[in-house]
Write a protein that binds this ligand. Structure first.
Ligand SMILES: Cc1ncc(C[n+]2csc(CCOP(=O)(O)OP(=O)(O)O)c2C)c(N)n1
Ligand SMILES: [Mg+2]
Length: 684
């Protein structure tokens, strides 16, 4: 039941949404106005949270998948006592404010993830619910459901746009398969998006769809079938309670609303979605909700003071109760507590790198296979590391040998034994969903990875970009990295992908040269926690480089290093991945002609660029501009380091269906061609 304070706080939130957008002149007022009661219910009655400690381990997570409606969240953060002031709302969408157009992770206290690209919030919420189960399994597997300090709910608020996006279908389907009982999604069914009535593009029975995914579904209709609009917050609260009580399925609540209710003339219009309502309309709105139309913003201050106190009182009690259980768990689980403390600190265990395998030179090993061995070797020392593939586990080598699948027992198969707290993930053929799910997991305490063919990274690019925007350490294992894929042909042979993914700021693209570089690529990736990485691996075997007289593979973590040097330095060849061995052979050919060649292995340009100027100069001296690059992809990227276009050996056309090793040779990834390019560069 709402009290008078609740009603005033809800109406203040509506007016704030209108005023904030009006002040800056742009933004999204409508949904924040009509969703104010639902958002208030969550922050003031439902969520277990502590506004004074947004990182509290015991908190429920709230994800605003409709990121454009950022005011829905900002208003609640303000009114429930997070570190957000009325002045911050007045500064909506202005430079440097705590209230950017869309909620941004690590920018505003209480924002659990960056949202705005529609659908990804819900998909990442699925990842958060999966990670919560895995974390519970790591720390407290034997306590009955609902009694562990690690049990919390994940709530997501989604809209018509989110549910039209394929990424939510992908993730929701998997959530049903996974029986994610602690996930509650509220769908703002207002049948309005930017082009107004969604009837022009979105007509299916959404509840039936979610039912078919295996979710628990409910409908709360504030329009009462169109007859009368009643914001029945009690009915919504009852639905949320029912959803929470269902622990063997995720829950979906369709909440039928009217956009911008109760704005006098702009309710139920696309116009209210994304533009200022105008002074006249705002006067009318304020009159309807009992707020002085001559006051902007400041009506909210006294209400916030009262509503914050109400939240603090409720949440303090929740927190005290949780803390008792948590302390008891710590006292009884010294090992678990030590693991938890390590993961909260974002640290790796002492001496973990000793587990990394070393590979003997002389053999040829695909880097994807080496990666699989690395994962197997790390499994016992890094319990936080887990992951899987989008139905390509055998090809991506993403399965840690002997580790059970993360699956409810009724979902296991002859091939994959599962349990609720298992470690091997099966994303199905859902790359975008996988990316967003991995992001949701990476926002918690574990280190998740997801694999697919590099060429299909494009199906997940939105999630990769969002990981980079947030600076979360999602790991993407992308195998089959060039025309070396072979017979599957041009649809499966990435050409432009290395350049395309290096273009994403904050994403580390790591393409190891051989098996030993692969081990250290994993080391470099795991040692970093400030952003995502793509690990780019070969399908085909590549020689394990004999490093006698050459530099060690541990240098990979510097991003680029002098692998093979020369007493006289006439030319530098920069190579990555499978082309490093080709560069070494070209070096031999040129040495026979008296040309002194240095080979630089450059597995990760981003890491290299982070090194000191001194180090970079020692690897690529400014004075030596006679340079060649060789990489089985679009060559233009290497203009960064190689001035002469004739020195950039690469592939700038799609591939074809044929033997992969043959194609690499035919397309110029061979020592003779690299040496020829070197001669051209030397000739000036
Ligand atoms: C992936 C993606 N595509 C397009 C947009 C642009 N966009 C922002 S809001 C919106 C419409 C959303 O409609 P709905 O979810 O119903 O929100 P409502 O209008 O009800 O607030 C669109 C297309 C976006 N933010 N993300
Ligand atoms: Mg809508």
């Amino acid at each position: 039941m709402l009290n008078d304070l609740d009603t005033r706080a809800i109406n203040a939130a509506r007016a704030l949404a209108a005023d904030a957008v009006q002040k800056v002149g742009n933004g999204h007022p409508g949904t924040a106005i009509s969703l104010a009661p639902a958002a208030h219910l969550l922050f003031h009655k439902v969520l277990r949270h502590d506004p004074t400690d947004p990182h509290w381990l015991g908190r429920d997570r709230f994800i605003l998948s409709i990121g454009h409606s950022s005011l829905t969240l900002y208003n609640q953060l303000y009114l429930s006592g997070y570190d957000l002031a009325l002045d911050d709302l007045k500064a909506l969408r202005t430079r440097g404010s705590l209230t950017p157009g869309h909620p941004e992770y690590r920018h505003t206290a209480g924002v659990e993830m960056t949202t705005g690209p529609l659908g990804q919030g819900l998909a990442s919420a699925v990842g958060m619910a999966m990670a919560a189960r895995r974390e519970r399994g790591l720390f407290d597997p034997h306590t009955p459901e609902g009694e562990s300090p690690f049990d919390h709910y994940v709530f997501a608020l989604v809209g018509d746009g989110c549910l039209q996006e394929g990424v939510t279908s992908e993730a929701s389907s998997l959530a049903g398969t996974q029986h994610l009982g602690r996930l509650v999604v509220i769908y703002d069914d207002n049948r309005i998006s930017i082009e107004d009535d969604t009837n022009i593009a979105f007509t299916e029975d959404v509840l039936a769809r979610y039912e078919a995914y295996g979710w628990h579904t409910q409908h709360v209709d504030w329009t009462n079938g169109g007859s009368e609009y009643v914001e029945d917050v009690d009915a919504l609260e009852a639905a949320i309670e029912a959803a929470k009580a269902v622990t063997d399925r995720p829950s979906f609540i369709r909440l039928t609303t009217i956009m911008a209710w109760p704005s006098p003339t702009k309710q139920n219009t696309g116009a209210a979605h994304g533009s200022a309502l105008g002074a006249e309309e705002i006067r009318g709105l304020k009159e309807r909700i009992g707020i002085d139309p001559d006051v902007d913003f400041d009506y909210a201050a006294p209400i916030a003071e009262e509503s914050r106190a109400q939240v603090i009182e409720r949440t303090a009690a929740d927190r005290a109760e949780w803390t008792t259980g948590y302390e008891a768990w710590r006292a009884a689980n010294a090992d678990g507590a030590a693991l938890l403390d390590r993961l909260v600190a974002g640290e790796l265990p002492e001496g973990w790198e000793a587990a990394l395998p070393e590979f003997e030179p002389g053999k040829a090993v695909a880097t994807r296979a080496a990666s699989g061995q690395v994962l197997g070797a790390l499994a016992p020392v890094l319990p936080e590391l887990w992951g899987g593939s989008a139905d390509l586990a055998g090809s991506n080598n993403t399965t840690m040998k002997g580790e059970p699948s993360f699956l409810p027992e009724d979902r296991q198969s002859d091939m994959f034994q599962g349990n609720l707290y298992g470690r091997t993930l099966h994303f199905g053929v859902r790359e975008h969903g996988m990316g967003a799910i991995v992001n949701g997991m990476a926002l918690g305490l574990t280190r998740p990875y997801g694999g697919t063919f590099f060429v299909f990274a494009d199906y997940m690019r939105g999630a990769v970009r969002l990981a980079a925007v947030m600076g979360v350490p999602s790991i993407f294992v992308w195998t089959h990295d060039s025309v070396g894929v072979g017979e599957d042909g041009p649809t499966h042979q990435p050409i432009e992908h290395l350049a395309a993914y290096r273009a994403i700021p904050g994403l580390s693209i790591v393409r190891p040269a051989d098996a030993n570089e692969t081990a250290h690529a994993w080391r470099g990736i795991l040692e970093r926690t400030d952003g995502p990485a793509g690990l780019i691996l070969t399908r085909q075997n590549v020689p394990v480089i004999d490093r006698t007289g050459l530099a060690g593979a541990e240098n990979v973590t510097k991003g680029g290093y002098v692998l093979a040097d020369s007493e006289t330095l006439d030319l530098i060849i920069i190579a990555t991945g499978s082309e490093v061995s080709v560069a070494l052979e070209a070096r031999e050919l040129l040495a026979a002609e008296g040309v002194g060649v240095r080979v630089v292995s450059m597995p990760c340009v981003e890491w290299f660029e982070q090194q000191s100027d001194e180090y970079k100069e020692s690897v690529l001296p400014e004075a030596v501009q006679t340079r060649v690059s060789v990489e089985a992809g679009i060559p233009d990227y290497w203009a960064k380091y190689v001035n002469d276009p004739k020195g950039r050996v690469g592939i700038d056309h799609f591939g074809e269906s044929a033997d992969g090793v043959l194609l690499l040779k035919e397309y110029g990834m061979n020592p003779e061609n690299v040496a020829a390019a070197a001669r051209t560069v030397l000739a000036g």
